[in-house]
Structures are given as C-alpha cells and as structure tokens.
Design a protein around this ligand. Sequence first.
Ligand code: AMP
Length: 219
Amino acid sequence: MNVILMGPPGAGKGTQAKRIARKLDIPHISTGDMLREAVAAGTDLGLKVKEVMDKGLLVPDDLMIDLVRERLAREDTRNGFILDGFPRTVEQAIALDKMLDELKKDIDVALLVDADEEEVVKRISSRRVCPECGKVYNLLTLKPKVEGYCDNDGSRLIQRDDDRPETVRARYRVYSDKTEPVIRYYSGEKGNLVKVDGSGEIDTVTAEIVNHLENVKHG
Ligand code: AMP
C-alpha cells in the first residue's frame, strides 16, 4: 500500500507514520528525517539545507524532488511505502505524480492528520527527541521512563532547533500557505483523501487510521 501522510507540524504525523509502517511492514520515508540525517552527517545537501530548516522554511522543491525520486526507486518500496512530509507544495505533488507514473506506482491513500495552531504550538514545545535513535517523546503525553533520557539507548534527549515556539508558528504559516493547497490537490476524485483528527490520544488516532486503511484496501 502506498500512502502519503500530510498535516501541520506537530499533529503527530511522524509518530503515526512509524506505527503504520511497522504494522504494514513497509518503509517509513520521512523527508524531515532524511534532511536531519544529512545535516548531522555534514553532507553537501546537509550544508545547503540547515539554515532553511532552522528558520522553519521549506527546502527548495528541486532538492526535495531529487531526494524523493532516488528514495522511491529503491527496491524496499516494492510492497508499498509511507511518505511522511512530502509533498509539501503543489509543485512537489505534480512531480510526485510524474515519478510514480514512471515507476508504475499509484497513491492508494492521502492521509491528513489535522490539528490547529494552538494545539500544535503546545505539543511541539514539549517535544523531545533522541539524537541517537530518533525516538520522539512528549513531556506531557509520551514521557520517557527516566526524565530527560531515551528509553532505547539512554542518550540525553534534545529539543529540535526548529521546535522553538516562534519557529513552530513560522512552520504553521508555511503549512497554511504552501501545503494546504496540496490537500486540495488530493481532495479530487483520484486523490483518495482521508482526514483524521490528530488532537486525540495517540492510540485512538492510530486505530482510526488503520480503520481507514483497511477500508481502502478492501473497498
Ligand atoms: P518535518 O520533520 O517533516 O517537520 O520537516 C522538518 C523540516 O524539513 C521542514 O520544516 C522543512 O524545512 C524541511 N522539509 C521536510 N520535508 C520537506 C519538503 N517536502 N519540502 C520542503 N522542505 C521540507
């Protein structure tokens, strides 16, 4: 099953994407994670994108499209993929259609995990991540067993540079301007858009998503 996952920053996209990917046994392709890895490794791409990311702005479409094209062509996507954080502009959506055509693949469902700005700012300011394994915590709703340290490997948890409140608001604005039109793009007949409310409990949101995916699969 080929799934794209959209939604404002902090709606729980990443958390849900990881769960769904595990359940369906398909790769979780997060463009945000790929870029953060490039920044941490100091690659050419990483050097190009760091400043833009820190400001909460979007990385140029051509860089993103090349990155995703290369990733989707890999063998592990043959049974499906969950694309988290791409497309974020209508240009990216058009490019994605083209590359999927070439790869003879289709989007089965475009999933929107929604949340409003205040909810997002509240959530993201309490988000912490493990710099080693990438596990995401929330100081209010998804606490680590030992405060400040990762359950998996004991690393000290950090706050992402772009998770500061003022940057979150900038990211939300970018989302409204650039990504909401993408939602309209997938609202048409061929898009198969499904919307879930991301402000509920994590397990409830997952159950709702799984339910929708089952419907799409058998419908
Ligand atoms: P995320 O982890 O999905 O919130 O992404 C973190 C940051 O990476 C975003 O704020 C953007 O700066 C950049 N980014 C991730 N995906 C894209 C994309 N599809 N297009 C442009 N920039 C992106």
